[in-house]
Design a protein around this ligand. Structure first.
Ligand SMILES: *[C@@H]1O[C@H](CO)[C@@H](O)[C@H](O)[C@H]1NC(C)=O
Length: 149
């Protein structure tokens, strides 16, 4: 189901809406969102720098999307190694427990600390964070477990 939604998103936003309405049935997503497991995803076509995409996602209650299996590796993502070079993290706080780097990536070529999907093969690439690209937010509608607070 979600794979079909994804294919549709790549084709066009119109297809996304059709896919959501048609395939995710009545309990689908809020308008524009696609459900996968416990999370909801939404894709934005307006290109922004990495930090501005993350801020946009936070504004609507989420983060840039993180990926945990090849099954859902498809969109602009919240991965970065901006805190420590070579140590990749997700902005939503989930563990970096899955990788789908494309050939040669990540290579930090002239300083690349942010993560995007290589659309050609659904593989990841590190890119320069100030480049403007479309992006994917995700939101988990249940409260996160907070330990030690
Ligand atoms: C990553 O690239 C930046 C900019 O070229 C450089 O300053 C930094 O040393 C590189 N880091 C590593 C681990 O190669």
């Amino acid at each position: 189901q979600f794979f079909i939604c994804h294919a549709a998103i790549i084709l066009s936003l119109i297809f996304l809406k059709c896919a959501c309405i048609g395939l995710c049935l009545d309990k689908c997503c809020p308008e524009g969102w696609t459900q996968s497991g416990s999370r909801f995803f939404i894709f934005f076509y307006n290109s922004k720098t990495w930090i501005n995409t993350e801020l946009s996602c936070i504004e609507i209650g989420g983060n840039l999307a993180s990926i945990h299996s090849s099954d859902d590796s498809r969109f602009i993502l919240g991965g970065h190694d901006g805190v420590q070079e070579g140590v990749w993290q997700w902005t939503d706080g989930s563990p970096f427990d899955f990788k789908s780097w494309g050939y040669g990536a990540p290579n930090n070529y002239t300083g690349e600390n942010c993560l995007s999907v290589n659309w050609g093969a659904n593989l990841w690439n590190d890119y320069r964070c100030y480049y403007r690209l479309p992006y994917m937010c995700s939101i988990r509608p249940v409260p996160r477990t907070r330990s030690g607070h």
